[in-house]
Design a binder for this molecule. Structure first.
Ligand SMILES: [Fe+2]
Ligand SMILES: [Fe+2]
Length: 490
């Protein structure tokens, strides 16, 4: 029989090991916090001021206004909290976008009252938010925008509100997953069609909306015009999404896939001017993608981030081993480890300049410095030690920052393992390959490079396993098949 304290300690140990560390959201400046707070106050006032517009104001009215005001203010805070939980990298501009959309919707509700359909008011913003900030944030926004109606519109048709809520939920869920503009267009046709059918089924008997079924399309038929208006506004929203992407730094799936196109000028330049780096990039994409799939990360993000991680090498391709043909090495010619270290650091600095010039979104640009973190440039550090030069260890470390997300951490590990796996003997066993991978991963872990990445131990284990799987695939491709004359089976 084991000691109960030992059992408790064991349970506590396994519990802590099973917990994935939480990512800390990025800091927002005080001025931005103030602006966000002021917008929340304005939204709360707009949503509640009508309660006070009565001829004779009594205490209960003030109390009811105070209650509505606090309720809306609280829901705004809740919305910000959810958006930051879902996207720890969300910046103040994006929070302002979410709140501004809510503010606009609440203002329109006050101005137009019952004259405007809730469908066209709530569904299109849900599409923008789900595309840029994710499904959960969009759902939270939809619930707040759908439930908080000014006093003058309290007699809104409950069936119509239900249909609006359903359509907005469908758009929020699908919008967060959609990977192409074509699918977005399909959504803008199917959702209004669904809304039209549901309205026809649920509201057609409602005298407020359709008095006579025969006048379905010709009368002041709100059902048809509602859905048509929704389709038009959704199409306009889709047209404007690229503008929202560039103004608010939104990174939609469609934008990620567009950036991952290998015909993009910067990637084409990489393949022509630095073919070795391009090959290295493609192999890393394979490693990183497999590992990200294994831990359930953002595959589209890592695929695009991997493509651009070493674009900085374009500033001096022949200074990097993968682009040298073995005849001359510029590092040997200058014979100065400190200068060589500066050239290596320059591939990060120049990469960031390329990112700015090509307007790469921040989450993609983050892969450039974070894939190197503050890693040691071991080869040149050893050379400097051999030459007994006067230097600091920091002269031979990249400037960082260390990986701040799971995806950039995976890229750092893939970057480290790629050369070692490529150089491995074709006859090496799986055990030997796993040992090589583990050694590289552990070195980075011990060096503290993964401290901010939120990777759990279990995830690191899965990453190692997935790198091994990719290596097995590469080895299989390199094995020469015996070809027998006149035997051309495949
Ligand atoms: Fe690099
Ligand atoms: Fe690299």
């Amino acid at each position: 029989m084991q000691n109960p304290t030992k059992i408790l300690k064991k349970i506590n140990y396994f519990w802590r090991r099973s917990q994935v560390p939480k990512q800390v959201p990025i800091q927002i400046s005080t001025i931005d916090k103030l602006i966000i707070f002021l917008i929340c106050i304005v939204i709360s006032i707009i949503s509640s001021y009508e309660i006070l517009l009565v001829p004779t104001l009594v205490v209960s009215d003030v109390f009811s206004w105070l209650l509505t005001f606090s309720e809306v203010l609280f829901t705004c805070g809740f919305l910000i909290l959810i958006s930051r939980k879902e996207n720890p990298n969300i910046n103040s501009r994006q929070i302002l976008l979410i709140l501004s959309l809510l503010l606009i919707v609440q203002m329109i509700k006050n101005i137009f009252g019952l004259g405007l359909s809730p469908l066209s008011l709530i569904v299109p913003p849900a599409l923008i938010i789900s595309q840029g900030m994710g499904t959960v944030t969009a759902l939270a926004w939809v619930s707040i925008a759908s439930l908080s109606w000014p006093d003058s519109i309290t007699n809104i048709n409950s069936n119509l509100l239900l249909i609006t809520l359903l359509c907005a939920c469908v758009v929020s869920v699908l919008g967060g997953r959609i990977r192409s503009r074509a699918q977005l267009l399909q959504l803008s046709i199917f959702v209004p069609t669904g809304a039209l059918i549901s309205q026809w089924l649920l509201i057609r008997n409602d005298s407020n909306y359709l008095v006579d079924n025969q006048e379905f399309f010709t009368s002041n038929g709100k059902i048809f015009s509602d859905s048509l208006l929704l389709a038009i506004i959704m199409l306009i929203t889709i047209l404007f999404i690229p503008i929202f992407e560039s103004i608010f730094g939104l990174l939609t799936k469609a934008r990620l896939l567009e950036l991952a196109d290998k015909e993009k000028p910067l990637i084409r330049r990489l393949s022509i001017e630095a073919p070795g780096t391009f090959e290295h990039t493609l192999l890393i994409c394979g490693l990183a993608e497999e590992a990200t799939r294994m831990i359930g990360g953002d595959i589209d993000l890592i695929k695009t981030g991997s493509l651009y991680h070493d674009v900085g090498k374009l500033h001096a391709p022949n200074w990097f081993i993968e682009n040298q043909d073995g005849t001359k090495n510029p590092h040997d010619e200058i014979d100065d480890p400190l200068k060589s270290a500066k050239v290596l650091q320059a591939h990060v600095d120049e990469g960031l300049k390329f990112a700015r010039k090509n307007r790469l979104p921040t989450p993609i640009a983050n892969f450039i410095p974070e894939h190197q973190g503050t890693l040691k440039m071991g080869y040149f550090l050893n050379k400097a030690e051999e030459k007994k030069l006067n230097f600091n260890e920091s002269d031979f470390r990249y400037k960082g920052p260390i990986p701040q997300s799971k995806e950039t951490a995976i890229l750092m590990l893939a970057d480290g393992c790629e050369a070692a796996l490529r150089a491995m003997d074709i006859n090496a066993s799986d055990y030997e390959a796993l040992e090589t991978i583990s050694k590289i991963v552990n070195t980075r872990q011990v060096d503290g490079q993964l401290n901010d990445s939120n990777l759990s131990r279990g995830e690191i284990f899965l990453i190692k396993k997935s790198f091994l799987n990719v290596w097995k695939r590469i080895r299989h491709r390199r094995i020469q098949y015996p070809t027998i004359k006149n035997n051309t089976f495949s």
